[in-house]
Ligand binder design. Structure first.
Ligand SMILES: Nc1nc2c(ncn2[C@@H]2O[C@H](COP(=O)(O)OP(=O)(O)OP(=O)(O)O)[C@@H](O)[C@H]2O)c(=O)[nH]1
Ligand SMILES: [Mg+2]
Length: 301
């Protein structure tokens, strides 16, 4: 997967490989790089930012004796990419859940994001992972709006072995979430996963509703779910949700079908928050911890 970005980087490295790196040769090669990054779902300002940092690091610098220009460029490119992810840090949700286990308060996660990007499916996958590790999980059916949402989440809860709390369609989502937390406290559940209705950031009342859910639940973690296939849309949504509601990290879905690869990079660059998992399929097992070092290595192989 994500062949797009790795091809782009490979070609860029090759285009400079036999040249002296002057401002002119760099700018010529990087103007092509810019276009191709954007074509592969790297947001324009992210692509510009990355290129500016790379320029700082390579133009006018001399290549170490015994090292090739190609190697030098690849190493500097790698440093620039790693820096994006390192600045966002790493968050190990499963470790946090394990630290909390046995305490009086469940570990609470609220999922948010635009329509159809994979929140409910991802909740099922995460519930499944947590169940396999021995945790007791409650899912709050706080999407009380979309037709079929409760049937979907109820099926996902039973498949993953989680307990569902629902107050039916039309109920106040914050009330559903609160009820789920109360239930978890009383019955010693370890984790509460709150499913919310997909929303567009332009809908004021829905953004207010999202803030209310968060106020009531006081989650330990707020996770944005973004669909890699929507490209720049996912990045724009992440940016607006981050500014308007705030979140602590992201999960990128449909990684299995993504041949480009720029969304992961762009979301982390734009929000400065880590990616915890990627979704890579429709089955319960298809959620994988995101390892940014592996990701960067795979781009620069
Ligand atoms: N291939 C693939 N499909 C996925 C992945 N994650 C989710 N999907 C599919 O994407 C579609 C939408 O997923 P949902 O989980 O319903 O999305 P949602 O964000 O809850 O949608 P709303 O509740 O309408 O906002 C479903 O058909 C999922 O099977 C993934 O990682 N890979
Ligand atoms: Mg949903």
């Amino acid at each position: 997967m994500q062949q797009g970005l790795s091809r782009v980087f490979r070609e860029f490295v090759r285009s400079l490989a036999y040249k002296e790196i002057t401002p002119e040769s760099f700018d010529e090669a990087s103007s092509k790089l810019l276009l191709e990054l954007v074509e592969n779902n790297v947001a324009l300002e992210v692509a510009e930012g990355l290129i500016a940092q790379l320029r700082e690091r390579v133009v006018g610098r001399s290549v170490k004796r015994g090292s090739s220009v190609a190697e030098f460029i690849r190493e500097e490119l790698k440093a620039v990419l790693l820096d994006v992810f390192e600045r966002a840090g790493v968050f190990n949700l499963e470790r946090e859940v394990s630290v909390r286990k046995g305490g009086a308060e469940p570990y609470k996660v609220v999922f948010l994001g635009p329509n159809g990007h994979g929140k409910t499916t991802t909740i099922g996958k995460l519930a499944y992972r947590l169940r396999l590790r021995g945790y007791r999980v409650v899912i709050a059916a706080a999407d009380t709006f979309r037709a079929g949402a409760i049937e979907q989440v109820s099926q996902i809860a039973s498949m993953s072995g989680a307990f569902l709390v629902s107050l039916g369609y039309g109920a106040d989502p914050a009330a559903v979430a609160y009820e789920a937390v109360e239930r978890a406290r009383k019955q010693g559940f370890d984790v509460v996963l709150v499913d919310t209705a997909g929303r567009m950031h332009t809908r004021r009342n829905l953004m207010d509703e999202m803030r209310k859910i968060i106020r009531v639940v006081e989650p330990d973690f707020r996770v944005f779910v973004g669909d890699a296939l929507t490209g720049n849309d996912a990045v724009e949504m992440a940016r607006t949700f981050f500014e308007e509601v705030g979140f602590d990290g992201s999960i990128v879905t449909k990684f299995d079908a993504d041949t480009k690869g720029g969304v992961v990079l762009s979301i982390v660059y734009t929000t400065g928050r880590p990616i915890l998992y990627v979704g890579a399929g429709q089955k319960l097992e298809d959620l994988h911890p995101f390892d940014f070092r592996n990701f960067v290595d795979s781009l620069l192989d």
